[in-house]
Write a protein that binds this ligand. Structure first.
Ligand code: SIN
Length: 328
């Protein structure tokens, strides 16, 4: 890597639509995600050379719907190792949009560094007319190369906005600005880079990266529609769930028909988190939580509450669940 005044960034490519290819430039649906390699993504944006010296590596090349805890672990270990490398000033990760919020949450909850760690993705495959990936990559590199990104925790740069990782969720299936963080709103703009708030203090990682050999505990998400049977709780606990996130209506509102089954579940030592299917707003604690044994998900969407609970279950010294979820 040449020694210049430019920052040295590592790019970790993991797949997604940003690396997707279709047979036709007008096809933005029938493409294969995770097809092109990191070098092809970089070659599409020669302007990156003006921003940073970039060392690229391909960790996976997947459609992010096929990612899971093993991939999060491997990525977190790689990001942590790169963050400890004195020759690296920041890290950019290309990813699929579909489960980006889970990966971003896992990194935010585990990786310890003040160096910028910035995820990005795309809604249109690289072969599409007006593909959004090249500009998203350019902006993510700009964010990672920017001095004011230091100490801000894991960031997501997408469609011109900078988001905090925790509280983020993919909220649209087609729109190019597909992500919303309803807890914080966008914390900055990616082009040119500008933050709306000072660097937060006390942003420490909350959990150690679990050893790869030990699988993360199974935590299931149950979507509770009107009239859904609480039998689902018994089904997933019998199948081995060690924790459950309920995607409930409104403010994580528990149907009366679920109360007994939830009490039984939590009394058996299986934590139950109340998240919301409403898509925006934070789930607040309720007086009945102590009776049900439940915890409110706060500003985390169900997908991220699940990641946080998986980590909490691996960590004997973790903060209590109410403190954990209450902090988002
Ligand atoms: C994926 O998540 O890998 C496919 C969808 C996307 O990146 O938009």
């Amino acid at each position: 890597m040449p020694r210049t005044a430019l920052p040295n960034l590592a790019l970790i490519a993991t797949g997604g639509t940003i690396a997707g290819a279709a047979a036709s430039a007008t096809d933005v649906v029938g493409y294969t995600a995770g097809t092109l390699g990191a070098d092809t993504l970089l070659a599409a944006v020669p302007q990156l050379r003006e921003l940073a010296n970039i060392r690229a590596e391909q960790l996976f090349n997947l459609d992010s719907k096929d990612m899971g805890p093993g991939h999060w672990l491997a990525l977190a270990q790689r990001v942590q190792a790169l963050a400890q490398d004195d020759g690296i000033d920041g890290i950019v990760i290309t990813h699929g949009t579909d489960t980006l919020e889970e990966t971003a949450a896992f990194l935010a909850l585990t990786v310890v560094t003040t160096k910028p760690v910035v995820l990005t993705a795309a809604m249109r495959p690289a072969t599409a007319l007006s593909a959004d990936g090249p500009m998203n990559l350019y902006e993510a590199v700009s964010v990672a190369a920017h001095g004011e990104s230091v100490g801000r925790g894991v960031l997501v740069s997408f469609a011109g906005e900078i988001h905090a990782a925790l509280g983020l969720c993919k909220s649209h299936i087609q729109r190019l600005a597909a992500f919303v963080n309803d807890t914080t709103g966008p914390i900055g703009r990616s082009h040119p880079v500008r933050y709306f708030a000072p660097v937060p203090s006390g942003k420490a990682a909350r959990f150690a990266i679990p050893p790869e050999a030990a699988p993360l505990p199974r935590v299931d998400i149950l979507y509770v529609g009107a009239g859904t049977s609480p039998d689902l709780l018994d089904i997933v606990t019998s199948a081995g769930a060690r924790g459950i996130v309920l995607t409930l209506a409104g403010n994580g509102s528990m149907p009366a028909t679920w109360e007994d089954a939830v009490r039984r579940t939590t009394a058996a030592g299986i934590p139950v988190i109340r998240a919301s299917r409403a898509g925006a707003g934070g789930v607040g604690p309720k007086a009945q939580d102590s009776d049900w044994g439940t915890h409110a998900a706060g500003g985390l969407p169900a997908s991220q509450a699940r990641v946080a609970l998986m980590l909490a279950l691996t960590s004997p010294n973790s903060t209590t669940l109410d403190r954990l979820f209450g902090s988002y």
